[in-house]
Write a protein that binds this ligand. Structure first.
Ligand code: C5P
Length: 406
């Protein structure tokens, strides 16, 4: 679970988006967080403290004069025990109060009292589009950001008032992902990372083609982990049915040739290239313009193949000519002899780091195990969720590139 052992202070300002805060609270608890809810008077007009208490499993704190706190200092206690404070929804009034550093209600006061170097403050605004666009709100947003808060959103679309535009609170799952990301170590800040993921699809005719069983989950997890670590991430994805990780730029392709072209066009001068895609080695030599028809008594069609470009080898060669400013990581999906195959493949592809796994054991699954191979030896990352392995891989890459660029 991504928030295991974390204590999150979830603060609700007034607004119809409070109904989404109930779902957000559930998602945070489901990720393993303990959640302490604080509600303003306005929030309580939209949703009851009882609802939030039932979902968080803790009494909601609503007043700065809360005598239930033994020392009568709710603002200090609440802000000291939190690993992060998330205000969702943050109304226009809440933003104005934060911008001014007000201390006459519990939410503003505990934000003012928080230890800014230790407890991140995340703000998910929600309001009518005219309120959002008003210069006063924009001024307040700029001020709270300058004071160190992290702004999440806003979303755009139809609003409860019947108007359409900017000002919707982000969806609960997005806010959860942003919070999880905020709490990850920022190991790749300033780095550009390009990841390939998924299978390729090599057409035979307009309705048929050849592909493989890669689900793209490992590559998508790596793109997510790199973005969480603060990198600028581009994901070149073959045909998969996966949502784009938050903050990741995605380019969808079908064939190996398209993936090759997209990678070379999007490759950063400096940074990291991670080739996680299961790229087809060959493609049909001819693609029929129309569907190949089955004719009575005729022999089945035969296919002949031509070789696809090796994207990783091409990028690795480029990286070598650029004297190491681009760090290349390859993958090997094997079915046996993991270590020997991985070591041989690392040398053949001329990459500094290769991550090997047993393909049939992991295709389509949410967990995996990786064997990392570099010039110094091997490191086994034992069975775990793909996102956890991806975060470990990102940490290993970060360690190596900092060493190389030191
Ligand atoms: O040689 P093999 O296909 O097993 O190598 C796997 C590694 O090479 C993976 O990192 C994969 O993404 C990359 N690859 C590639 N282009 C190809 C074939 C493989 O980038 N045409």
């Amino acid at each position: 679970m991504d928030l295991q052992g974390r204590h999150i202070l979830l603060a609700l300002g007034g607004g119809i988006a409070c109904y989404k805060a109930a779902e957000l609270c559930r998602l945070l608890v489901k990720e393993g967080a303990s959640v302490q809810v604080v509600m303003t008077e306005g929030a309580q007009a939209f949703i009851t403290p009882l609802t939030m208490q039932a979902l968080s499993g803790r009494p909601v704190v609503t007043s700065l004069w809360d005598t239930a706190q033994p020392n009568a200092m709710a603002h200090i206690n609440l802000s000291r025990e939190a690993d992060a404070i998330l205000i969702a929804p943050a109304s226009a009034d809440t933003l104005a109060r934060l911008a001014q550093g007000r201390a006459d209600d519990l939410l503003s006061l505990l934000c003012l009292a928080r230890q800014r170097d230790r407890v991140p403050l995340l703000i998910a605004p929600a309001m009518n589009r005219e309120m959002w666009l008003h210069p006063a709100t924009q001024r307040n947003l700029a001020q709270v950001a300058a004071d160190g808060a992290v702004l999440l959103g806003v979303g755009n679309g139809p609003q409860a008032c019947g108007e359409t535009g900017d000002g919707r609170m982000l969806e609960p799952a997005d806010l959860r992902d942003d919070l999880v990301a905020q709490l990850q170590p920022k190991r790749l800040v300033g780095q550009s990372v390009l990841v390939t993921a998924g299978p390729t699809f090599e057409p035979i005719d307009p309705v048929r083609g050849l592909t493989n069983r890669s689900s793209g989950k490992m590559g998508f997890a790596i793109a997510r982990a790199a973005a969480e670590a603060g990198a600028d991430v581009t994901l070149v994805a073959g045909p998969v049915h996966l949502p784009t990780p938050r903050g990741v730029r995605r380019i969808d392709v079908q064939s190996a040739q398209q993936m090759h072209d997209a990678v070379l066009a999007g490759l950063p001068q400096r940074g990291v290239f991670i080739a996680c895609a299961a790229v087809a080695d060959w493609r049909p030599a001819q693609v029929a313009g129309q569907k190949i028809k089955k004719a009575e008594g005729a022999a089945p069609p035969s296919l002949s193949f031509v070789e696809n470009p090796d994207i990783l080898a091409a990028v690795a060669a480029l990286a070598q000519s650029q004297s190491g400013a681009l760090y290349c990581v390859g993958f090997a999906a094997e079915s046996q002899d993991l270590l020997a195959n991985a070591q041989a493949k690392r040398v053949r592809k001329a990459v500094p780091l290769l991550a090997a796994n047993i393909g049939p054991d992991t295709f389509g699954r949410d967990d995996n195990a990786l064997l990392l191979v570099d010039e110094h030896g091997t490191l086994s990352l034992p069975q775990g969720r793909k996102i956890d392995l991806a975060r470990q891989l990102v940490a290993e890459i970060a360690r190596r590139i900092t060493r190389e660029h030191a």
